[in-house]
Design a protein around this ligand. Structure first.
Ligand code: C2O
Length: 343
């Protein structure tokens, strides 16, 4: 069966993966009329998401203004930065049981990972645009698949910026990311080491795409059906994505903000990171000639709920988000460095 949205009235404390302590992650509404999502019409302007490291000062100012406006909303407003961050905890740390099942609702570790996060960013972007009155507002993506983008984009760093997060591991602020990073690894420092890491990263991307192109479950994550327990069967895209959480997050326990599912959405760079995760799906889909990844109604008809830019709880279906264009956004083209890598 397809996954269905939870019964809103049954929200309960979730569990922090790290501390194992209960954490409050219920949405600020427990009874809301849920309406079916209508995908935007093709006459709506296309929002073009650009690479974060290419943002100019106007782009940065606009993005900062939108985030500042979101952060200034009352804490219990479903549009507020904190509530938007909490959505991640709600569906990642088990604030709901599934309908007619004792199993928690979990959208990581399966074929739901990419569609759910696509919608999460989509509404976040729409709400931000609404807050600054700009219908074409688009969020940045952290272009970590290109050599110049393999650094935490500068605009997220100044501590005076609404894009910063004080809990990050600042030792990584000017270091290249190693896709094979594990906690406490030293930063690559010599030009030769940096070069080696960049080449290895690109080679890793190349294998991910080559090895999964005919096998969507390996890229996207395996099947999980309505009512079932979490599949714990992430795809290669999700597997790679985890490294960035750990690399950005704090070095010391507790691993909050980017380093922990329950709090990851509290760091603005989360959405830049997931922009690129989503872009990887778009690239994958286009490489496959947009052949639907799973022709399985248990995927296509599965649905999630979000609070939309009209202050309405909407029920969205996987089948309506299969391409960014169907949600009226796209990614500004960037060279795909891994496709030309020589090893
Ligand atoms: Cu919902 Cu980066 O994880």
């Amino acid at each position: 069966a397809p996954m269905v949205p939870p019964n809103l009235a049954t929200c309960h404390p979730a569990t922090d993966d790290e501390t194992k302590l209960p954490v409050a992650c219920c949405p600020p509404y427990s009874s809301a009329t849920i309406v079916d999502f209508k995908p935007p019409s093709s006459s709506e302007p296309l929002r073009v998401r650009k690479a974060a490291h290419k943002y100019n000062s106007d782009d940065i100012a606009k993005f900062e203004a939108a985030i500042a406006a979101m952060k200034a909303l009352p804490k219990d407003d479903p549009w507020s930065f904190g509530q938007q961050a909490t959505i991640h905890c709600t569906f990642c740390n088990g604030a709901f049981d599934q309908v007619n099942s004792k199993n928690l609702l979990q959208i990581h570790g399966s074929w739901f990972f990419l569609p759910w996060h696509r919608y999460y960013l989509y509404f976040w972007e729409k709400i931000l645009g609404k807050l600054i009155g700009d219908e074409t507002f688009a969020i940045p993506f952290w272009n970590w698949d290109s050599p110049k983008g393999m650094y935490l984009p500068k605009m997220y760093q100044p501590s005076s910026s609404p894009l910063s997060d004080d809990t990050r591991n600042k030792d990584h602020y000017s270091s290249v990311i190693d896709y094979k990073y594990s906690m406490n690894d030293p930063n690559p420092s010599t030009p030769a080491q940096i070069d080696e890491v960049v080449t290895r990263n690109l080679a890793e991307l190349d294998s991910i795409f080559k090895e999964t192109l005919q096998l969507p479950a390996l890229f996207m994550g395996k099947a999980q059906r309505g009512g079932e327990a979490a599949a714990n069967a992430q795809g290669r895209n999700e597997g790679l994505h985890n490294v960035f959480h750990q690399w950005v997050g704090p070095l010391q326990k507790p691993y909050h903000n980017m380093g922990n599912f329950a709090t990851a959405g509290k760091d603005p760079v989360f959405y830049g990171h997931h922009g690129n995760v989503d872009r990887m799906w778009d690239i994958y889909s286009k490489l496959r000639g947009q052949k639907v990844e799973f022709r399985d109604p248990d995927w296509l008809e599965s649905s999630f709920i979000f609070y939309d830019e009209n202050r309405q709880v909407v029920n969205v279906k996987v089948k309506d988000c299969l391409t960014p264009e169907s949600l009226r956004y796209s990614y500004a083209p960037e060279p795909l460095a891994w496709t030309t890598i020589r090893r």
